[in-house]
Each structure stands twice: as C-alpha cells, then as structure tokens.
Design a protein around this ligand. Structure first.
Ligand code: 4AD
Length: 454
C-alpha cells in the first residue's frame, strides 16, 4: 500500500487556535483545536469520528477521505493527543452532537499516541476482577465524563463557598496543618515527628478560628483535616476538605440560621452557574435545592424516633438516651424523613470538650449536626464554652492536659464572648449534591485506611 502523507492546503485561510469552550463563537471559521481522543468511531474506509476533549468541553470531529487513510489514522487510539484543523458547522437536522455542531476536519496531526493492545487505556480500567483497580488507576479514571464532572462541580462548590462568605462579610484565614493540640478526641489523631517533638496533623481548625474572632471578627477557612479513622465506611476519609466558620456575639438559634443560610445560599450559587447546573442534573437527575427552614429535631426526639420506627442495634435492643447514634441508624432515620435535619442538643458525654451546656438542661450541649438524605451527617457545630472556669473543668473531666492549649485558654481571659461555629465535610456535601455512593468519588485522590496512592 502507498504511504499516505497529509499536507495542509495552503489556499485555505489561516486557522485560529481555539479552546472547545469557544467553539460556538467560532463557527464557520477555520480553527485549530488540540485535545485528547475521548472516543473513536470508524465508519467504513472513508469516515472517522473523533470525540475530542480539551478540558473546556467536548467536540465531535469528522474526518473523511484521505484524512482517514494515513498510518496515524489507522492506528489511532483513545487518549492519544491530537490537533485538528477545520471548520465547525451546525449539524444537519436529525444528527446530534454536543452543542449541535461538529468540526469538519481538513487536516490533522497526532501529537502523542497512547498505547494500544494490552496496554490500551480501556484495559487499564477493567475493574471486573477487583474494584480496587479503579482506585489504583484513579489518575486515569478522572478523565471519564462522570468523574471529571464531579471534580468540576467540586470546583464550583468551593468558589460558591468563598462567594457566600465574602457576601456575608467573613474574613478568610489559613490555619496551620501541623499542630500540638487535639480537637475531636485522641483516637483519630495522626502523629508526626516534628523536629523531635510530638505533633499531629490537624483534625479541625476550629480552635485557631476562635483565636481570630477578636482579631478579625467572623472568620472562615477551607483546609484539609486529618482523621485516623479505623472504620471503612462510605463517608469516612483519612484526609478531607473541611470548611469551617466561627462567629462571635450570637446565640444557638442564630447559629442554626447561619448553617441553614450557608447550605441554601451556596447551593443556590452553584446552580446559578449554568454549566454546573447541567452537570448536577446529569449526575443527580431531578435534584432540587433544599428549602428553608430545615426540620429541627432534638437528639432525645431522635432516640424516640428510632424506637418508634423499630430501628434497633444488631442485638435487637434500642439506642438509649446518652448513647451515640452510629452511622447506620442515623442514616436509616434521615432517609426515612427525606429532608435535611438540624439535629440538636446532644448529651455532653458524647461530644467534644469545648461545647457549651444548655441552660435548660445541663446534661445537654448546645450542639448541632446537619443530616442529609443519602449521606447522613455533613455538618457538626456548637456554641463554645465562653467561661474560663467552665473550660478548665472541661479539660479536667476529659483528662486533657491544658498546658499546650495556653493560647486557646487565653481567649477566655482576654475579652471572652458568646461564640459558635461549625465544620462541614466538603466531600460529604458533594456526595449529596452529585448523588455519589461514597465520598471517595468526591475527592481528587482519596485517602482512607490502606490507601495513600496515587
Ligand atoms: O463533627 P466534626 O468532627 O466537627 C469538628 O471537627 C468541629 N471542630 C468543626 C467545627 O465546629 N469547626 O467534623 C465536622 C464535619 C462532619 O460533619 C463531617 O461532615 C466531616 O467534618 N468529617 C469527615 N468527612 C470525611 N471523612 C471524615 N473522616 C470526617 N470526619 C468528619
């Protein structure tokens, strides 16, 4: 067979380099587009379709005649990189493609060819034998339409959080990740050797946010938190993105209103961005933004609910007042109720040392978890102890040495105030928004027991 070599037709107008996102605006002009071959279809000897992806969108490209006869055309593989030249034209009635148009190529080049045969991209992702293959190959899996869509919604969600706090007048801060104090109990601490001194990876930036109140007023941050969780669940990561805020001079009801405002306003902002709204619709068809006010429920009512609805422990007995409600029953209840719930007033013994007690019932704390259908808890928050003696008593009760907390304790000496805050698990909110089975799909490279790569 004769070797087919392509040359550009010099009589054609110079091609303008574009990204796929600009292809509607550049219809009927000669353009050049570079990207990855998402998909490849050959129709007979003289026609070939390439679904091109460049990170800004997808473009169907059609190659005909000589363009399909080259060695590169005959050996092209998916995930190869190519540059295509031609004119983007609206499709004739009856044909469909993204944006209802296609690039009719007059010339093209391969930039880099991905392997075929045994090493072919498709074979790398064959997870039938072992689902952990997809986790080992996550660096390739994120190229898929679905997984990249989740990451794209994630980016818009993070921007929307920032816009929310900006519009409400909060200042963003960036607390440290290497710390020498615990926030949420010693059992989930990752320890590290800090120049010979013991230190931890942060579980929560809360205590640092509290120190910012007198300096900056209401503050927020979005940072990684680390939890050495022993359990393998759909919603626990060892490293997760933690959105936290802290506010001064407010009461418990104000706190609940602010959490509701954060969730509703942020989701409204995400959906107001049309390309993201379309991605959410694809991932989670029929998704509706939650309406205010959220259902409010006391912990003690939840205990009653579990009894009344026959949601029991494995041994058949019921959860009693004072016990932590684990993931499974919490989820069963939340899914039955089917709307976001602000679950409040947990007993002090099952909550962290810094939480303020309820005036009406000192066994309880002014604490709240937000529960979402399909995911369960996505937010934890509370009023904080504002009195020095009460805080010192809490350290004693929890058998925590107050020495490394001197800077936190100083907040109760130098201008204390009623204050409150919360932390939201970004991957959990995203799992709810995008209807993912597990938070692992909502993290770029998830970390959990037994996995620290890619
Ligand atoms: O309820 P948590 O432990 O609360 C705190 O850390 C507070 N100090 C926050 C604050 O008031 N500033 O965690 C808050 C949220 C949870 O509701 C959950 O959404 C998420 O963080 N979270 C996790 N997400 C993924 N993997 C884990 N292992 C998580 N642990 C907590």
């Amino acid at each position: 067979a004769k070797k087919v070599v392509l040359t550009q037709d010099a009589s054609l107008p110079e091609a303008t380099k574009i990204k796929i996102r600009d292809s509607v605006a550049n219809r009927n002009k000669r353009v050049k587009v570079s990207g990855w071959v998402q998909n490849l279809r050959v129709q007979g000897k003289d026609m070939m379709f390439i679904d091109l992806r460049d990170g800004t969108g997808y473009l169907q490209c059609i190659l005909t005649g000589k363009l399909c006869h080259t060695f590169d055309a005959l050996t092209l593989t998916i995930e190869s990189t190519v540059t295509l030249y031609g004119v983007i034209s609206e499709l004739p009635a009856g044909k469909t493609a993204p944006d209802n148009h296609e690039l009719v190529a007059d010339y093209w080049e391969v930039i880099h060819k991905a392997p075929g045969d045994k090493e072919a991209f498709g074979n790398k992702l064959n997870a039938e034998a072992d689902p952990s293959v997809l986790l080992d190959q996550r660096h390739l899996v994120i190229r898929s339409k679905k997984q990249s869509a989740v990451l794209r919604v994630r980016a818009q969600l993070m921007k929307s959080f920032r816009d929310h706090f900006d519009s409400r007048g909060y200042t963003e801060v960036t607390p440290p990740c290497m710390v020498q104090t615990q926030v949420e109990g010693g059992s989930t601490l990752f320890t590290l050797d800090y120049y010979g001194e013991p230190a931890y990876l942060t579980q929560s930036s809360q205590l640092y946010l509290e120190t910012c109140l007198p300096a900056l007023g209401d503050v927020w941050c979005m940072a990684e938190s680390y939890r050495a969780e022993r359990s393998h669940t759909r919603r626990h990561l060892s490293e997760y993105t933690h959105l936290e805020a802290e506010m001064a001079f407010l009461d418990f009801n104000d706190l609940l209103d602010k959490i509701e405002d954060l969730i509703c306003d942020t989701i409204d902002r995400v959906l107001a961005h049309e390309p993201t709204r379309r991605l959410v619709e694809e991932l989670n068809p029929g998704f509706k933004a939650p309406s205010r006010p959220f259902k409010r429920m006391h912990y003690s009512e939840a205990i009653e609910y579990l009894k009344e609805h026959n949601i029991a422990k494995e041994d058949g007995t019921f959860y009693e007042f004072g016990e932590d409600i684990p993931e499974a029953p919490e989820r069963a209840m939340t899914d039955q109720i089917g709307v976001p719930i602000l679950l409040t007033h947990f007993p002090a013994e099952i909550k962290a040392f810094y939480m303020k007690r309820s005036k009406e019932d000192p066994r309880l704390t002014e604490s709240v978890d937000v529960l979402m259908p399909n995911v369960g808890e996505i937010v934890g928050g509370s009023m904080r102890i504002s009195d020095y003696d009460e805080l010192m008593a809490a350290y004693k009760r929890e058998e925590l040495d107050p020495t490394p907390y001197y800077w936190y304790i100083d907040q109760r000496k130098y201008g204390s105030s009623e204050h409150a805050g919360y932390g939201l698990g970004v991957e959990r909110l995203l799992a709810w928004l995008c209807n993912r089975y597990t938070v692992r799909e909502c993290s770029l490279y998830p970390r959990f027991t037994g996995r620290c790569q890619p």
